[in-house]
Design a protein around this ligand. Structure first.
Ligand code: MN
Length: 713
């Protein structure tokens, strides 16, 4: 059983006294925190964090990672809050612990391949500091080593998850030692019988061939020595899981797989690698097409080595030999991957985990630049560390991948267009949040829908996915069309009414003829075109009646005007220049293809189109309008302390909505205040203004229309 003192001794080889003291302090803190807990095996809980720290010490990780390893289950299991840890051990260590706890929370359920790869990326994306993943991998490795005390079904579940998620992550970070051990432990947990059988076969085989392997190793050593190449030569054994995978994926039998002998030559420098390779090719017969130069073109995780397969014609016939040749540094990289960077640069203490990762990627980039080979793989690695994507769960545990910065609405549309269109809010990890809330990796998101909810044009300002954007646009366009259809129908009815007719008077044949004349398919689209003001309703009315009666038309005396409610949607909008409100005389400016803008009759902009009948629609306000309209008022008054409060109170008392308030030149004794009010109409405005006028010191109130002030005192 590893002890703290034994570990401290090991740490003294690469950490300072002060750093080791900090690691020890973290140990004692964790020991206290977990004092009441025991592992399932019956041992005190602290055994586990200590073992996790030991695994990281093997990789010579920095003292902060080791402290985080000691403390990694404290937040999760003992109820000690993160804030308490931060006081004791500082922000960085606490963030590492917190990151590991977050990863502990998410559980991988779905067995599908695509999900597994998304899940791997999610783990990557959630860990802002790469050391979080290293601690998590060590944690998982120790849990795998001590699986034996769990129920068989639980054992298999954890092993499956490790094999699907954590071993591939270890592999992508180049942590080969961890990956290999994880895979063998998983193999044992999932298929104990097959594992044991294969283990005994492999052991027997190695025993029989021990002498032979030794012979070849010595031949290699001798040859290198003769040629003054300094190197270590190691016999290499395939791990059981890789033998098992080969058995499953090829039709070779176990003998053929086992009868490949692996050796590793570890040299001092790159030059010696190539010289050693030349010697090996002279010593044995190289197998055609099996040479790979991963020194010139490293693998995606930074792995570098020369690989070659050769034949040895010996006493026992022809046997294949696989040789890997690399430098000490490449070997460390092959075993520890990204962690090797702590190994070689552990003096520079200031470097944070993420800048280590950055450095790692930089190194890979440099390698690529120097060798001049394609750099696509770097993109892949970079995305893992500097994630531009987030991964969130649906309530059913499905993982959705979204670009970083995606909002609740983006998520809703990624689930289904209907969910997006009816989206009101969301529960993010059960907490209610608004539609523009940005999501983070690892969150569980449930959209709150309402059958009456609609996409708002404002959503276009914050959504970032193409799917959400185009769905919202599509919806709004359809909405506009149906608004336009309804308006067009009313416009035609009104024009016919002005001519003392209605649509029922007109024969279907004549209606059809007009539809054809305008190259349209049905009456609906004719309405729509009139609503959008592409075709003037007045012209259509005249045309319909001229076909049916063939008589000259005289407009009725009482042109009734089109009823406007202000709820026609985007097809009827209110001019910003004059802000008309119910009660104001109004006219409509017909904007071909776009609908109608309602102006106050006195607006100076109206004068410009007044004399073009096809541009003007005469309008009247419908009774009982149930919405608010904005008006702008300027208030001139004495400068009093409670002025703003008085204005707010007066508007509140008259049930007007105070939308904005701007005070100009408040330094002088006279002050002008501009307010925007939401009112129902002229009557409501009048009562509100009466209250405002009653404010002590109020001198004058003007309603701003037409960009100018119309005096209204
Ligand atoms: Mn743990």
């Amino acid at each position: 059983m590893p002890t703290l003192d034994a570990m401290s001794e090991r740490l003294s080889h690469y950490l300072s006294y002060n750093q080791i003291q900090q690691v020890r302090r973290a140990y004692f803190y964790a020991e206290q925190a977990h004092i009441k807990q025991v592992r399932r095996s019956g041992e005190p809980y602290i055994i586990h964090p200590l073992a996790v720290a030991n695994i990281l010490a093997d990789m010579q990780l920095d003292h902060q990672s080791l402290m985080a390893a000691m403390l990694h289950d404290v937040i999760e299991d003992t109820g000690i809050p993160a804030s308490a840890l931060e006081q004791q051990f500082g922000k960085t260590v606490t963030e590492l612990v917190d990151g590991v706890s977050k990863l502990t929370h998410i559980h991988f359920e779905d067995k599908k391949q695509q999900q597994a790869s998304n899940f791997q990326k999610m783990v990557m994306a959630m860990a802002k500091d790469i050391r979080v993943i290293l601690v998590k991998l060590a944690d998982r490795l120790h849990n795998m080593r001590t699986l034996g005390s769990l129920r068989p079904d639980k054992r298999r579940r954890i092993a499956r998850e490790t094999l699907d998620i954590y071993a591939p992550i270890a592999s992508s970070l180049g942590l080969n030692n961890i990956r290999v051990e994880m895979e063998d432990l998983c193999f044992h947990a999932i298929h104990p019988m097959r594992h044991n059988l294969l283990a005994s076969v492999a052991k027997k085989h190695r025993g029989e061939r021990a002498e032979f392997i030794n012979d070849i190793a010595n031949t290699i050593r001798g040859r290198l020595k003769e040629n003054h190449i300094k190197a270590r030569v190691i016999g290499r054994e395939k791990h059981l899981f890789s033998i098992y995978s080969k058995l499953k994926s090829t039709d070779k039998d176990i003998g053929a797989i086992m009868d490949v002998y692996g050796f590793r030559i570890i040299t001092e420098d790159v030059d010696s690698c190539y010289r050693a390779l030349g010697q090996m090719h002279a010593l044995f017969t190289p197998l055609d097409g099996r040479f790979k130069d991963y020194i010139a073109v490293p693998k995606a995780n930074g792995y570098q080595s020369l690989h070659t397969t050769l034949f040895n014609h010996g006493r026992s016939g022809e046997v294949p030999i696989e040789i890997q040749i690399r430098t000490e540094e490449m070997d460390a990289m092959a075993n520890h991957g990204i962690a090797a960077h702590w190994l070689y640069k552990s003096e520079t203490d200031q470097t944070t985990g993420s800048s280590r990762a950055h450095q790692w990627v930089q190194n890979l980039l440099e390698l690529q630049r120097n060798t001049g080979s394609p750099i696509e793989f770097i993109e892949h690695v970079k995305n893992d560390f500097f994630p531009e994507e987030i991964y969130v769960f649906t309530p059913k545990g499905e993982i959705k991948r979204l670009p970083a910065g995606a909002t609740v609405v983006d998520f809703a549309y990624s689930v289904h267009t209907d969910v997006g269109n009816r989206c009101m809010a969301a529960r993010i990890d059960r907490k209610l949040s608004g539609p523009r809330t940005r999501l983070e990796s690892g969150q569980t998101v449930k959209i709150v829908t309402n059958p009456n909810a609609n996409p708002s044009p404002a959503w276009l300002d914050f959504v970032i996915t193409g799917k959400a954007r185009s769905s919202i646009r599509h919806y709004l366009k359809n909405q506009r069309r149906s608004d336009a259809t309804a308006l067009g129908e009313r416009m035609l009815a009104k024009e016919l009414n002005n001519l003392d007719h209605c649509l029922d008077d007109i024969e279907q044949d004549h209606i059809d003829q007009v539809i054809r004349e305008n190259h349209l398919d049905d009456i609906e689209s004719l309405y729509t075109e009139m609503g959008l003001s592409t075709i003037p309703a007045r012209n259509i009315a005249h045309r319909l009646l001229s076909i049916s009666s063939r008589e000259s038309l005289t407009p009725s005396e009482h042109d009734a005007g089109l009823w406007i409610r202000g709820t026609e949607g985007e097809i009827v909008t209110f001019a910003k220049c004059c802000n008309p409100i119910p009660g104001d005389p109004i006219v409509g400016h017909v904007n071909t293809g776009k609908g109608m803008v309602v102006h106050s009759e006195h607006c100076h902009n109206v004068q410009e189109f007044r004399n073009k009948p096809d541009k003007v629609a005469f309008l009247v306000w419908e009774k009982g309008i149930n919405r608010r309209f904005s008006v702008l008022l300027t208030l001139s008054s004495e400068n009093r302390v409670s002025l703003m409060a008085d204005i707010a109170t007066a508007t509140l008392k008259s049930d007007a909505r105070l939308e904005s308030m701007k005070v100009e030149d408040s330094s002088s004794s006279l002050v002008t205040t501009t307010i925007s009010l939401g009112v129902e109409g002229r009557k409501h405005l009048a009562t509100t203004m009466k209250r405002l006028r009653a404010i002590p010191g109020m001198l004058r109130i003007n309603r701003i229309r037409d960009g100018k002030e119309a005096q209204k005192t």
